[in-house]
Design a protein. Structure first.
Length: 384
């Protein structure tokens, strides 16, 4: 009789048991997800008892919101959309038709139908159409323009009492940080309101038609189509005419410029009265001696000639001249006008465009190494 030892049967190891448990859990989880997704996608999609939600009371608008709304409602009737029109003729049929050549903004100057905008808005057209706040369109005639300051005045014929002129403010006492508001037609979206602050004052920048001095810099969004529209203070008064932006893409990057209203308020009446600007005359011929300037780093421009009987002559400004012993005496160097620095002859011409005949200006000169201020009464430029 044979005997044998105890028998052993193979069993799962503890690690194998845990793997089996996790597999079961995973399968159950996947099954649950599939059941849930099936239930979700096959659940009822519509509900017959759906109703509008109860409106939550808002309460009063904030004070600054109310003031902005009031400003827009007050000023927007004075803001217009300006379309420059090109007149084209078909070479075969000889038919004449009008095509838009550009668009911009503008504002009502007075009840007689005068509209102010930028010259560059209408420059490329042979006509213009002004769209008022009530969406009525009116053919406009060009009254006059000031190319140096990019200002143009148009005239539309409307019944008395139709127009609401914009309120005029001042720009000489503005402060950096003041709130400003721009209304215009960016990308032809008429009567668009943007807000910001004054980011800088007394800026100088070039336009397609000239150089603007004492410009207002703002971060209120100014885009293509805003040109010619008003820049307003918090009282709804005109403080500038939106004119240009600094942008690599053509869109607003937070740096826009406006022509100061003090300049506009002088130029526009001249244009309405005569159609042109009465340019002031200093009565000097100046030169820029670059060699001397580079060597001695001298500022300003040199007075080469003074017109006899002209404003500068009457004020005592001296040109290059001969002394008693026939020696050459240096003329005065013009350094500034009303503390605005003069670096080139172009600076002198551009600064003079801000003034009119009859204005008294302070001309800072350098004579024999000594600075002095001379008061000059500007006169109208004589006819050629």
């Amino acid at each position: 009789m044979s005997t044998s030892g105890p028998r052993h049967y193979p069993t799962d190891s503890p690690g194998t048991s845990r793997i089996n448990v996790w597999l079961v859990v995973l399968l159950l989880g996947l099954t649950g997800i599939m059941i849930y997704r099936q239930a979700f996608w096959h659940s009822p999609l519509f509900s017959t008892n759906a109703e509008s939600r109860t409106v939550t009371p808002r309460g009063d608008l904030a004070a600054d919101e109310l003031s902005t709304i009031e400003l827009f409602e007050q000023v927007s009737p004075a803001v217009v959309h300006v379309t420059s029109v090109a007149i084209l003729q078909n070479a075969f049929t000889m038919d004449i038709r009008e095509m838009p050549a550009g668009t911009g903004s503008g504002f009502v100057w007075n009840t007689e139908g005068h509209i102010v905008t930028n010259l560059h808005v209408i420059r490329d057209g042979q006509g213009a159409v002004v769209t008022l706040a009530d969406n009525s369109n009116h053919s406009a005639r060009l009254v006059g323009y000031d190319a140096a300051n990019d200002i143009a005045v148009l005239k539309i014929d409307v019944p008395p009492g139709t127009l609401t002129p914009i309120a005029i403010g001042e720009s000489s006492n503005l402060k950096v940080g003041q709130k400003v508001f721009a209304i215009g037609s960016p990308f032809e979206f008429d009567h668009t309101l943007t807000t910001g602050i004054i980011g800088g004052l007394n800026r100088t920048f070039g336009t397609a038609t000239g150089t603007i001095h004492h410009a207002i810099q703002t971060d209120a969004a100014i885009n293509p189509g805003n040109s010619g529209g008003p820049l307003l203070d918090s009282a709804g008064r005109l403080i500038g005419v939106n004119t240009a932006i600094v942008s690599e893409s053509g869109g607003s990057h937070g740096i826009g410029f406006a022509i100061p209203v003090d300049l506009v308020n002088v130029a526009v009446p001249d244009l309405i009265r005569t159609g042109s600007i009465s340019r002031p005359w200093l009565g000097v011929v100046v030169r820029e001696d670059f060699a001397v300037r580079q060597k001695k780093q001298l500022p300003g421009v040199f007075v080469q000639q003074v017109v006899p009987g002209g404003p500068a002559d009457k004020a005592g400004i001296l040109p290059i001249r001969r002394g008693e012993n026939l020696e050459t005496l240096a003329g005065d160097q013009i350094l500034a006008i009303n503390e605005d620095p003069i670096r080139t002859a172009r600076d002198l011409l551009d600064l003079l465009t801000q003034y009119r005949a009859g204005d008294s200006i302070s001309v800072t000169i350098l004579r024999n190494g000594e600075k002095r201020d001379i008061s000059v009464m500007l006169e109208a430029m004589p006819e050629p």
